[in-house]
Ligand binder design. Sequence first.
Ligand code: SAM
Length: 230
Amino acid sequence: MTKDQSLKERKEELIANYKRNGYFKSEEIIRAFRVVPREEFIGPNPKRLAYMDRPLPIYSNQTISAPHMVAMMVSKEVLDLKIGDICLEVGGGSGYHAAVVAEIVAPTGSDKSKWGHVYTIERIEKLVNFAKENLEKTKYSDRVTVIHADGTIGLPEKAPFDKITVAAAAPEIPPPLIEQLKPGGRLVIPVGGKNYFQELKIVFKLEDGSIKSKTQCGVAFVPLIGKYGY
Ligand code: SAM
């Protein structure tokens, strides 16, 4: 990455890297990354940092996750998102991750009658407003609803969900999130210590309602604060 590269060139370089190292295996996900402008979600940071592969500080001591983490969490192997999926995100932050999920489950320009929807919960009011503004200006507010609440209790009034993604680290998987998953649905969540590395867990709710889970990899997230968090 050089100083003179345009944002578009920087984004394409990142996409090419992700294709090479296996983060990007599906065209829908590559398309979503191309379409959603991360530079509109990084708040006070200079736009030229938008396509560096690292988390960036936003407000209230929180971060927008690194692009590779979003790429991995939305991948076929992890969430297996499909057009029409009704999704819940816990930890809305800047709204970027929610917009990428929305671009996969409700692609821009596609038949709106087939669109899915993303509900994203954020506990810090300043970030709720930040995410709403970012989603409004990038035209995702028709596919993403931002809610100010404790996401560890889920969103019973909109449940059940096809997919749930949690962007903060929990001591254990919050039981309401498992309850609010549809049979056949998936939940991805970092589980582990508050201030150190955690494991990214994928939880599968099978058609008979039974639960299986597996560990995808090691990760480092900010803590999930709330009734079923820290
Ligand atoms: N997905 C975000 C993005 O795309 O910018 C980044 C999320 S940031 C790594 C984690 C977020 O989880 C923080 O904004 C934090 O305030 C939020 N959070 C922590 N505990 C929460 C809870 N119980 N309910 C909702 N949000 C929570």
